[in-house]
Design a protein. Sequence first.
Length: 161
Amino acid sequence: MEGGVSYARMPRVKIRELKDDYAKFELRDTDASIANALRRVMIAEVPTVAIDLVEIEVNSSVLNDEFIAHRLGLIPLTSERAMSMRFSRDCDACDGDGQCEFCSVEFHLRVKCMTDQTLDVTSKDLYSSDPTVSPVDFSDPSATDSDNNRCVSSTFFKRKT
């Protein structure tokens, strides 16, 4: 490349902060495509667990089942087991139907609004069959009012008339 500077071959990385579950760094002397490729690789390498299949037995709220299922799928989950879990499509223990302890975790959400007021339903209302898999807790441990400090707001329910 004559006359221009190509940074693609000699990027510099400066580590600002490094912890077990957190890294802060600077990437210099490269172009956006290299930075984007690095970002994609880092995201792909983080093991994740997500709510994928939702079965709703009874829904007496004003919200439709698909809306509730979508909102549940957006809740971030954390697990020390994420690396050892199998993809349901590759699981030989349950023939890929995703119904065993090696490739799935069952959550229950049982809430009922008994008044005409709106009921806030949050990730704290989800109960896991596996204590090692739980919703990420974003609450502030120094806060005193537990009702205003209840994690990720999942959806809202009102009594259906």
